[in-house]
Design a protein around this ligand. Structure first.
Ligand code: BT5
Length: 319
């Protein structure tokens, strides 16, 4: 019912609309209309009431609810189904459960805060409430499990592009899963999957972005879009742009393969040409990050000249 009232307000383009008209349109009592308006106000909607004139929507909350994110989103697959929570352990866990029970490709899970937000290898992801974007997205690409890292790179391009479009900040990608602004980490991506021997059953892309987070609530060295911009950023607008970008990149990936994505990735890379140390599972290497290959692995030219292809690991810049 609340979403129906919201719809009436939104289609009245900021004009006043009387309680009577709303009650007639929705076939409910005036008292019920009033109750729902109170409920919407509690959720953060600003609704101005004028005696004998009616009500008008004057402000919407910057919260990642299904209503706000899907309003004028315009995507075909990504975010067609949205779940949103005030708080949860990890949105990746919720998305995995949904994927197991058959939720379609494009299903998105948001939470205002996470108590067990995680990064790779069981690391922690700081997820203060109401300030960031904590999103997990279900995809069902028809690819072999070994190609799953490509999904992380594709998502990183989408995040960097969306940040650039909404804030003009110079967002860059640090292989494999970080987005940096002015050298500080503002976003991390955690791709998890369920697979059979030769095919992926589903992939969950977990994206955490520090949007309006104050630096004191983040690990040392991390930043938020607000801290770099010096002003608040609309989480709803950024989320919508991000979902549109992921849809665009995913479409390219399915239609044209990985080639275009590699080109785009190179343009947004933080570290090509730089000297790096890479810590992989069983070893440390040092050299120049010269490229990513057709599978999304980082190519590091060792001092011997040998090009080492790294498929997973952590990169430290040597400056
Ligand atoms: C990542 O791991 O960067 C992936 C983070 C993915 C988080 C999203 S939020 C939605 C979804 N649900 C989840 O539970 N997770 C995903 P990694 O590359 O391993 O980096 C983790 C490291 O980044 C930590 O060890 C900290 O040093 C640092 N870190 C933790 N919280 C941070 C934050 N909010 N901003 C920047 N850096 C952070």
């Amino acid at each position: 019912m609340d979403d129906k009232i919201l719809n009436i307000f939104r289609t009245s383009n900021g004009e006043f609309i009387s309680g009577e008209e709303i009650s007639e349109k929705l076939k409910v009592s005036r008292a019920a209309v009033w109750k729902h308006i109170e409920q919407l106000r509690k959720e953060g909607y600003e609704i101005t009431g004028e005696p004998h004139v009616g009500y008008r929507l004057t402000g919407t909350p910057d919260k990642l609810t299904a209503e706000e994110v899907s309003y004028r989103l315009g995507t075909k697959i990504i975010g067609k189904q949205i779940y949103s929570y005030e708080t949860t352990g990890s949105t990746n866990d919720l998305a995995q459960k949904l994927a197991e029970s058959g939720s379609p490709e494009g299903t998105a899970v948001f939470s205002e805060g996470q108590s067990k937000g995680r990064g790779r290898l069981g690391r922690e992801w700081s997820s203060p409430k109401g300030k960031g974007i904590y999103l997990s997205l279900i995809l069902r690409p028809k690819i072999a499990p070994t190609h799953a890292p490509k999904i992380t790179l594709m998502s990183a391009i989408a995040v960097a592009t969306a940040i650039r479009k909404i804030t003009d900040l110079p967002a860059l990608i640090k292989w494999p899963n970080d987005i940096l602004v002015n050298g500080h980490k503002v976003c991390g991506i955690l791709t998890e999957m369920s697979a059979e021997v030769n095919t992926v059953k589903y992939v969950v892309i977990g994206i955490g972005i520090n949007v309006n987070t104050d630096k004191e609530h983040l690990p040392k060295g991390a930043a938020s879009l607000k801290s770099e911009l010096g002003g608040v950023v609309s989480r709803v607008e950024l989320t919508q742009e991000l979902l549109r970008e992921i849809e665009h990149q995913y479409h390219l990936f399915k239609e044209k393969g990985f080639e275009d994505i590699v080109t785009e990735w190179r343009n947004l890379s933080y570290m090509l040409g730089e000297r790096v140390k890479v810590i992989c599972q069983d070893k440390k290497i040092e050299g120049y990050a010269v490229d990513i290959d057709k599978d999304g692995a980082l190519v590091v030219r060792l001092d011997s000249g040998f090009p080492e292809h790294v498929t997973a690991g952590d990169v430290i810049m040597v400056r």
